[in-house]
Design a binder for this molecule. Structure first.
Ligand SMILES: [Zn+2]
Length: 1025
C-alpha cells in the first residue's frame, strides 16, 4: 500500500502554536525540570541496554528529531514479489528492491553518520544470497555498527485483520531466524514496525510482546482516534494486549507515527518524489536552504507538541524509495548540518540520523508513566464513510486457500518431525517443507491474504502456494511410507471441495490414509466421490465400518461417507472395496418446492438405523445433540435446538446482498478491495425462499437449499456432531445489472444482546464489540453497517447471558451484529469500482465469469457458561483438520523384515483438551521446534477446569523420537527465554513485576491460560523397526 493511496494526506502538526513539549505552556504535559534530565544522565552514564549500544548521541536539553531513513517494500501488491525484487514492469509501478539495497549499502558506506532501517526478510534474504563474500562482510559491519538496523524482521510485514495467529508466528519465525543465523544478536530487531497494515489487532501486539520486542510503531489508525490521541498526548502508550496473560507478558509499548510512514510534506527527496532538493549555495537563484530550515524547525516543533518527550520521529522514506539512495541521503546530510548549525543562533532543535530502536530507547530513558490501552485498532477509517472493512472478506477463495495451506503445512511439518531425515530423502525423491513455509509467509503480507493486490498478483500468490504443496506432498509420501512400512503410490486429491478425485472415482479398491495433526484422537467423517457402486469400508483392524453412498442433488455425483477414527498425531488406514454384484439403490433426492414434501432416503450398504418418519410437513434434521428445523414454506432454517442442554432458539438464516456504493452526495467513496460501503444500510434478499431437497441416511442428514442460480447451501448434521454445518456456495456473483454486490449470510434470533457481540482476534483471544461504539473515544458514526464490521478470523458470537450462538468460520471474513440478536458474515464480494486506495482495479475476480466460492459456517448453540468448551475445541479441529491421502494399495514393504502397520500415533498419551500442539517442525539436523499452547482464556470455562493451568511431562511424550535436550525460547525461537529481557515501562495502572523465568523441567511443563511455550528440542529418532 502506498503513499499515493491516501486521498486524505494528513499534515504534520496542524495549525496549533509551536509550544515546546516540555515547557509549562503545555497544559497536558507537566514540565520536567532540567535537573531530572541531569539526574537521568548522571545515573546512567552511557549505560545502554543490549541492542542500543550503537545509538547516536542526543541533546537532552533540546528537541531531538530522529530521522528514520526507510523504505516500505510490499511483498507483492501492484506487482508480484519477483517483479518487485528485480524491478520488472516499472510501468505498473517504478520499484526494484535489488537496486534499493545495492544503493543503500553504497550510501551508508559513503558517510558514517547515515543510518537505514530495513524490514522485509523475503526481499533482504534473497538479495543477501546474491552478494559476494566481500559485500556480505561489509553489510555485517554496518549491522554491527547499528547503521543498518532491522525492524520487525518478519518474512513480510503481515496483515493483522485476515491473518491467523499460527501463520503470523510462523512467518515471523522464518524472518527472525534468517537474521539470527546471518547476523546473530547484532541483527535482532528490537522494534516491531507495522507502518502500513490497515488497522491493528490486539493479538498481534500480544505476539510481538511474547517475541521479545521492546516496542511497536505503526502508521494507520482511525482518523478520529488519531485526533483524540494527539489532543490527549496518547500517541504513545502501553498496550496491554492480553486479558489472560499476566502483565507485563503481553504489554507492548506502542507508538503512532506522526505522518503514517511518509516524510513530511515538501521533504521527500526520492527519485519518486518531486520536492525540491536543498540548494545551499547562496549564489544560486534556486537557493532555498534558509526557507527549508525555517520550515523544518516550525514543523518539528509543531509535531513535537503532540508527543510527551523531547524526542520526535520523522519517517524519511515511503513505498519502494531509496532506489537512488544518494538523493535522499545527500539532502538529509545537508538538512542535518543546516538545522543543527542554527543551534549556534539559539535554536533548540537537534536533528539526527536515527532508527526506530534508537528513538524507542530515548522514550524509554524518559522514564515516564504511560497510559494503557486494552482494546484494539479496528476498524480503520481514514475519513468519514471510509471504513477499511471490505478487505476482511476480499478474495474469499484466496483466503480459504491460505487457511487450507496452513493446515497442510502443519501436517507437512509434523510428518517431517515424526519421520526424521527419511521424510526429506526417500523412495519418492526429495521432500521439503521449506517452499510451503516460505509461500505461507509471503501470503501473510498485508496485500496478500488481505485480498488487496492486483488480480495478477493474487494469481501469483496462489501459484506460490501450489508450488509449495508439491515438495510437501513428496515429503508426506516419504514419511507415510516410512511410518506405515509400505511404499504405496500415494495420491493427493486437491479438488475434494468440488467432489473430484480421479482415483476414488475410478478404482474398484483403494486405501484412505487419514492423518490427524491434533494432539487428541478425532472422529472425522470422510467424504469421497466414488463411482456408482456399493463399497465395503474396513478400518485398520480389518473390521467393517458403517458407510453410505449419497448422491449429491446438485451434481449427481456419488459420495462415499464413513466415519474414520484417527489417533493423536497419527494416522489410520482404511480400505475401500467395491462390492461385486451390488448395485446402488440410490435415489436422486427430489426437489422440494414450496408447499410440497418428498421424503428421500439414499442408498446405504449398511442398513440405516434412524429415520423417524415425519408426521407433518415438518422439515427437520436431527442427531443425538442437535436438531434444526426449516420452514416448510420458505425452506429457511428457523429453529435450532441443543437437545443435550435443552436449549431452543428460533434462528432464521438467509443470504442477502449489500448494494455496493459507487459514491453519493455524502461522499464520493466507493466500495472496493479495501473499503466496504453499502449504498443503503438494508441488505436485499437473494431470495425469500429456497428450493429444498432432503437427504437422510444413517451417516448424514442434509437439507440442500437452492436460493438462486448463484447461491445455494447444504445444512448438515453428522452423528455425534455438536454443531450444525452450513456449507454455502456463492457465485459467480452477477453484476450485469451494473451493481457491485457484497453477499452476507445472516442469522437472526430473538436473543437480547444489548448492542454487544464478540469476535476473535487472529483466531485466539476474544474481544467484546459494541455497536456504534469505540472504547477509547466518542465515535461519530458515519456508516452504520460498514463502521460496525470487524475481522472474524475464526469465530463470532452473540449471547443474552444465558444462551450463546457462535458461528465458526473456515477463513477470515468480515462480520458484525448490525441489530440485536443478529449475526452476519460477509462471504463474498464482487465490485465494479476501484476504491481509490492505490490498487487501481475493481474487485471483479476474473472479468467475465466471476468466481464461485464454497465455504462452511459451523453453528453452535450452547449455554453461555460452557460455550467456550465447544467453540475452542471445534475451532481447533477445523483449523487442523485431518489430511486425506489416497493409495491404490498393494505397495511394496519399506523394509523387508518389517510388517506394514495401518495405524500410528506419534504420542504416547493424548494431550489434555486445553493444550494445543501449535508447532512441531524440523529445526535442524537433530533438532525440532515445539510449541505448546493453552487454548483457553482465563475464566472462559466457568464450570470446569479447562481454564486452569495444565502441566505436561514432555520426557517420553513423543513415540517417534526421544528428546535428549530441551531449551526454552521466546515465541519466535530467536532468543533463549532465560537470557531474553525487554525494556521495562511504567504503565499508569501501576508498575509490573518483571517475570522471573522459571526453571525448565521437561517433566513438568506448566501452561497457564492463553500461554504459548516454545522449545528447541534435541532429539534422536527411533531406529527404523
Ligand atoms: Zn504496504
Amino acid at each position: 500500500m502506498g503513499a499515493d493511496a491516501r486521498p486524505l494526506r494528513e499534515r504534520a502538526g496542524g495549525g496549533r502554536g509551536a509550544a515546546w513539549p516540555w515547557t509549562s505552556s503545555h497544559a497536558l504535559c507537566p514540565p520536567l525540570p532540567l535537573l531530572s534530565f541531569l539526574f537521568l544522565f548522571l545515573a546512567a552514564p552511557s549505560v545502554r541496554a543490549a541492542g542500543y549500544e550503537t545509538c547516536p548521541t542526543v541533546k537532552p536539553n533540546m528537541l531531538n528529531v530522529h530521522l528514520v531513513a526507510h523504505t516500505h517494500d510490499d511483498v507483492g501488491w501492484l506487482k508480484t514479489v519477483d517483479q518487485y525484487f528485480y524491478g520488472i514492469h516499472n510501468r505498473i509501478q517504478h520499484a526494484g528492491v535489488q537496486y534499493i539495497l545495492d544503493s543503500v549499502i553504497s550510501s551508508l558506506l559513503a558517510e558514517p553518520t547515515r543510518r537505514f532501517v530495513y524490514v522485509e526478510m523475503a526481499f533482504f534474504s534473497r538479495w543477501w544470497h546474491q552478494q559476494t563474500n566481500a559485500t556480505q562482510d561489509v553489510v555485517r559491519d554496518l549491522v554491527r555498527q547499528g547503521r543498518l538496523e532491522f525492524a520487525n524482521g518478519g518474512w513480510v510485514m503481515n496483515d493483522e485483520a485476515a491473518t491467523h495467529y499460527g501463520a503470523i508466528i510462523d512467518q515471523m519465525t522464518l524472518g527472525l531466524r534468517f537474521l539470527e543465523d546471518t547476523f546473530g544478536n547484532d541483527g535482532r530487531p528490537r522494534v516491531a514496525w507495522h507502518i502500513d497494515p490497515f488497522g491493528h489487532s490486539r493479538e498481534q501486539a500480544s505476539l510481538f510482546a511474547q517475541m521479545g520486542f521492546d516496542g511497536f510503531f505503526f502508521g494507520r489508525l482511525d482518523y478520529q482516534d488519531k485526533l483524540v490521541r494527539k489532543m490527549k498526548l496518547e500517541m504513545e502508550q502501553v498496550w496491554r494486549a492480553s486479558a489472560s496473560l499476566k502483565p507485563p507478558t503481553a504489554d507492548l509499548f506502542t507508538g503512532v507515527l506522526p505522518n503514517m510512514y511518509n516524510p513530511p510534506e515538501n521533504l521527500c527527496w526520492d527519485v519518486l518524489c518531486a520536492d525540491k532538493p536543498i540548494v545551499d549555495d547562496r549564489r544560486s537563484p534556486e537557493y532555498n536552504a534558509k526557507e527549508l530550515v525555517d520550515y523544518f524547525l516550525k514543523l518539528a516543533k509543531e509535531q513535537g507538541q503532540f508527543y510527551r518527550t523531547n524526542h520526535t520521529v520523522m519517517t524519511m522514506g515511503s513505498d519502494f524509495q531509496y532506489e537512488n539512495a544518494n538523493m535522499w541521503f545527500k539532502n538529509l546530510d545537508k538538512l542535518i548540518q543546516l538545522v543543527n548549525a542554527q543551534q549556534a543562533n539559539g535554536s533548540r532543535v537537534n536533528v539526527l540520523y536515527s532508527t526506530p530502536a534508537c528513538y524507542l530507547w530515548e522514550l524509554n530513558k524518559a522514564n515516564l508513566t504511560w497510559s494503557v490501552k486494552q482494546d484494539d485498532f479496528f476498524p480503520y477509517a481514514d475519513g468519514p464513510h471510509m471504513f477499511w472493512t471490505g478487505f476482511f472478506t476480499s478474495r474469499p477463495a484466496l483466503k480459504r486457500y491460505e487457511r487450507l495451506s496452513y493446515n497442510f503445512l502443519q501436517v507437512c511439518n509434523q510428518l517431517e518431525a515424526l519421520a526424521g531425515p527419511a521424510a526429506n530423502m526417500g523412495p519418492y525423491g526429495a521432500g521439503d517443507s521449506a517452499p510451503l513455509n516460505e509461500a505461507m509467509a509471503v501470503l501473510q503480507h498485508h496485500d496478500a491474504v488481505s485480498g488487496t493486490s492486483k488480480q495478477h498478483v493474487a494469481n501469483d500468490y496462489a501459484r506460490q502456494l501450489a508450488a509449495g504443496w508439491e515438495p510437501c506432498e513428496v515429503l508426506l509420501s516419504n514419511a507415510l511410507a516410512r511410518l506405515s512400512g509400505s511404499k504405496e503410490v500415494f495420491t493427493f486429491c486437491h479438488n475434494l471441495n468440488t467432489s473430484l478425485c480421479p482415483l476414488s472415482q475410478t478404482s474398484k479398491s483403494f486405501q484412505v490414509i487419514v492423518y490427524n495433526p491434533l494432539g487428541r484422537k478425532v472422529n472425522w467423517m470422510v467424504r469421497l466421490p466414488v463411482s456408482k457402486h456399493v463399497f465395503l469400508v474396513k478400518d485398520p483392524s480389518g473390521a467393517v465400518v458403517p458407510s453410505d453412498v449419497v448422491t449429491m442433488p446438485s451434481s449427481n455425483i456419488q459420495e462415499l461417507l464413513f466415519s474414520a477414527s484417527v489417533p493423536a498425531l497419527g494416522f489410520s488406514i482404511y480400505s475401500v472395496t467395491q462390492v461385486p454384484g451390488w448395485s446402488p439403490r440410490a435415489h436422486h433426492p427430489e426437489p422440494r418446492f414450496r408447499k410440497s414434501l418428498s421424503w428421500i432416503k439414499s442408498s446405504s450398504y449398511v442398513k440405516s438405523s434412524l429415520h423417524v418418519k415425519p408426521s407433518s410437513r415438518d422439515l427437520t434434521i436431527q442427531n443425538e445433540y442437535i436438531s434444526a428445523r426449516f420452514d416448510p414454506d420458505t425452506g429457511l432454517l428457523v429453529e435450532m435446538k441443543n437437545l443435550e442442554q435443552d436449549l431452543l432458539l428460533p434462528v432464521r438464516q438467509a443470504f442477502y446482498w449489500y448494494n455496493a456504493s459507487t459514491g453519493n452526495k455524502l461522499s464520493s467513496q466507493a466500495s472496493g478491495a479495501y473499503i466496504f460501503r453499502p449504498n443503503r444500510q438494508e441488505p436485499l434478499f437473494i431470495s425469500h425462499w429456497a428450493q429444498t431437497r432432503l437427504v437422510k441416511t444413517a451417516l448424514v442428514q442434509e437439507v440442500h437449499q437452492n436460493f438462486s442460480a448463484w447461491c445455494s447451501q447444504v445444512v448438515r448434521l453428522y452423528p455425534g456432531q455438536r454443531h450444525l454445518e452450513l456449507e454455502w456456495t456463492v457465485g459467480p456473483i452477477p453484476v450485469g445489472d451494473g451493481w457491485g454486490k457484497e453477499v452476507i449470510s445472516r442469522f437472526d434470533t430473538v436473543l437480547e444482546t444489548k448492542g454487544l457481540f464478540f469476535t476473535d482476534s487472529n483466531g485466539r483471544e476474544i474481544l467484546e464489540r459494541r455497536r456504534d461504539y469505540r472504547p477509547t473515544w466518542k465515535l461519530n458514526q458515519t456508516e452504520p453497517v460498514a463502521g460496525n464490521y470487524y475481522p472474524v478470523n475464526s469465530r463470532i458470537y452473540i449471547t443474552d447471558g444465558n444462551m450463546q450462538l457462535t458461528v465458526l468460520t473456515d477463513r477470515s471474513q468480515g462480520g458484525s451484529s448490525v441489530s440485536d440478536g443478529s449475526i452476519e458474515l460477509m462471504v463474498h464480494r464482487r465490485l465494479l469500482r476501484d476504491d481509490d486506495r492505490g490498487v487501481g482495479e475493481p474487485l471483479l475476480e476474473t472479468e467475465v465469469a466471476g468466481l464461485w466460492v464454497r465455504g462452511r459456517h459451523l453453528v453452535l448453540l450452547d449455554k453461555a457458561r460452557t460455550a467456550a468448551i465447544r467453540h475452542r475445541l471445534q475451532a481447533e479441529k477445523e483449523l487442523l483438520a485431518p489430511q486425506l491421502v489416497l493409495a491404490r494399495g498393494g505397495g511394496t514393504p519399506y523394509h523387508l523384515e518389517v510388517a506394514p502397520r495401518k495405524q500410528f500415533t506419534g504420542l504416547r498419551r493424548e494431550l489434555p483438551p486445553n493444550v494445543h500442539l501449535l508447532t512441531l517442525a524440523r529445526w535442524g539436523r537433530e533438532m525440532l521446534l515445539l510449541r505448546l499452547e493453552h487454548q483457553f482464556a482465563l475464566g472462559e470455562d466457568m464450570d470446569g477446569n479447562l481454564s486452569s493451568p495444565v502441566t505436561l511431562d514432555l520426557r517420553d511424550l513423543f513415540s517417534a523420537f526421544t528428546i535428549t535436550d530441551l531449551k526454552e525460547t521466546t515465541l519466535a525461537a530467536n532468543q533463549l527465554r532465560a537470557r531474553a529481557s525487554r525494556l521495562q515501562w511504567t504503565p499508569s495502572t501501576g508498575p509490573t513485576l518483571k517475570p522471573s523465568p522459571s526453571r525448565l523441567d521437561p517433566a513438568s511443563i506448566t501452561l497457564k491460560p492463553m500461554e504459548i511455550r516454545t522449545f528447541l528440542a534435541s532429539v534422536q529418532w527411533e531406529e527404523e523397526s
